[in-house]
Design a protein around this ligand. Structure first.
Ligand SMILES: Nc1ncnc2c1ncn2[C@@H]1O[C@H](COP(=O)(O)OP(=O)(O)O)[C@@H](O)[C@H]1O
Ligand SMILES: [Mg+2]
Length: 226
């Protein structure tokens, strides 16, 4: 039996003035699975993720979440259930501990340490100030902040692009753990080996169009970061 899609996009088009950023996109994001979105720089991957949390709305077409139109949800409720960890992290507070507990003020020390570990950051990061974090550290703090909310869906935009292998490994494990416990992950990645390790489905975007959808290994996609 095919389970309902978490997200379904039907004929979604997004324009910026004369630029067609997404062009008649049809896609399904299955539950309890990791879907990788791949494609060259500028293909529309980040814009696609933004649509799913209504940071943009499509010009034409329809997006549903758990079977209902995205616009039917309270946007803040939607953004709690669906967490986007952007390519350019947005830090909201001055300290790592405050940042990770931003949406969960009752977060215990033990949970905070567990969250740091899940994103490959040492326990000492708990006492760090956020100014001065590297881009990769800030992105992982944002991921820990997202995980603290126990979202149903996690949208990760190139989460390991600026990380060393050990940190990337921690994040890949976290993604698989989430999926195995019933969570849904959408992962933008340029790393072919990573996609094959963690993804159940791949969507290939090119110039805003879906070029192919399939299992990793069955579809061809650009290998190089660009
Ligand atoms: N604010 C904007 N105004 C005009 N064009 C934009 C804007 N944001 C993104 N684009 C264009 O949309 C396309 C897709 O961008 P993006 O989704 O960021 O690509 P990717 O994440 O796949 O590298 C690119 O051609 C980009 O130049
Ligand atoms: Mg991008």
């Amino acid at each position: 039996m095919q389970r309902e899609s978490v997200f379904a996009l039907r004929g979604v088009t997004l324009r910026h003035g004369p630029v067609v950023v997404l062009d008649e996109v049809y896609a399904r994001i299955p539950p309890a699975a990791c879907t990788a979105v791949v494609g060259r720089s500028g293909a529309g991957k980040s814009r696609l993720l933004r649509l799913l949390v209504r940071l943009d709305d499509p010009g034409t077409g329809e997006i549903t979440f758990c079977g209902s139109p995205l616009a039917a949800y309270d946007v803040l409720d939607l953004r709690r259930r669906v967490q986007l960890v952007a390519q350019q992290p947005v830090i909201l507070t001055d300290s790592v501990a405050e940042e990770i507990s931003f949406g969960c003020p009752d977060l215990t020390r033990a949970r905070l340490s567990g969250l740091l570990e899940r994103v490959g950051l040492a326990p000492s990061f708990r006492d760090r100030a956020t100014p001065g974090l590297s881009g990769g550290e800030a992105q992982r703090v944002c991921l820990a902040r997202a995980l603290a909310l126990e979202p149903e869906v996690l949208l990760l935009d190139e989460p390991t692009a600026s990380l060393d292998a050990a940190s990337a490994d921690a994040i890949e494990h976290t993604v698989r753990d989430l999926v195995e416990s019933g969570g849904t992950v959408v992962l933008v990645s340029h790393n072919t080996a990573q996609v094959e390790r963690v993804a159940d489905q791949v969507i290939v975007l090119e110039h805003g169009r879906v070029l192919a959808t399939g299992r990793p290994g069955d579809v061809e996609y650009p290998q190089a970061a660009s």
